[in-house]
Design a protein around this ligand. Sequence first.
Ligand code: F0G
Length: 351
Amino acid sequence: TSAWPGLIEAYRDRLPVTDGTPVITLFEGGTPLVPAPTLSDRVNAEVFLKVEGANPTGSFKDRGMTMAISKAAEAGAQAVICASTGNTSASAAAYAVRAGMVCAVLVPQGKIALGKMAQALVHGARLLQVDGNFDDCLELARKLAVDYPVALVNSVNPDRIEGQKTAAFEICDVLGQAPDIHCIPVGNAGNITAYWKGYREYARDGVVDGTPAMFGFQAAGAAPIVLGHPVLKPMTIATAIRIGNPASWTQAEAARDESHGVIDSVTDKEILEAYRLLARKEAVFVEPASAASVAGLIKSSKAGRVPAGATVVCTVTGNGLKDPEWAISGAPAPVTIAVDAHSAATELGLA
Ligand code: F0G
């Protein structure tokens, strides 16, 4: 049949799997590359959105998790652990169910979106809220994975990067070439590392002619790579990328430098403007962190960094339903009416 087989089967020859690897899949990947006409007009380029919220648990993490959990199963692991700002824990919890494993997650207390918390809980993860930030959670998870029989499935696990690099393959497969510019939010910096690996592999093997310039964007209150030093108290409404000391810092800098790209910051105001533009003009509902790629594209265009007519892909990393707070607080409160057609018509401006 022609049904999408999941990314491990789709790209088996480019992934570290063998016939002996049990494939733990929810048929992730194969996500839409959606043209963005309003954005294209705005920046005078041809802009596409890689809509990663269309993955099974609603974020790009599923790409990394199908690989990480499959490899953990191959190695005989019975339990996995991760630190998370929410999406990794949601994904790990779901794939652990599929693999029959126990899943433990460490999240910063009060700083993960409600939808993500719901996902981890409904899939039966053992969730601990840590009185600290994501960076503290990751340090703790790494220690536990060394001292106890539990496999770490954060993006410091190379299998995660392998799975996530397939998004770059899909983009090239659809476009028939690599884009000129790839815009992506940066938190712990695993995803920019993964895309850059994927693009390089396709170019090396002659599947496409070149590689894009990688444009990574951190939130201004959590922009250690832009500032050149860790941020002890990272702050941003984009909780998914509220990270002060990214684990893949050097790999992100390498992606930037080797691709002749940039890593820049965007303010929460710019993030929310891009978030609303995506919903109102492109009909794509993302979570705030995801809008950082688009906010960054708009900022880069204003700074003259986007050549006219360039092909640009923005990864929008997670589904808007995970974090509805900003959708609701930014909208006028709905009006309540009686069961009455005339009042409805009046309120709707039809009468
Ligand atoms: N966008 C979303 C929606 C995310 O959840 C994350 C990371 C990123 C962007 C940044 O990706 O870390 O590879 O640079 N979320 C992690 C988590 C940290 O725990 O879910 P990155």
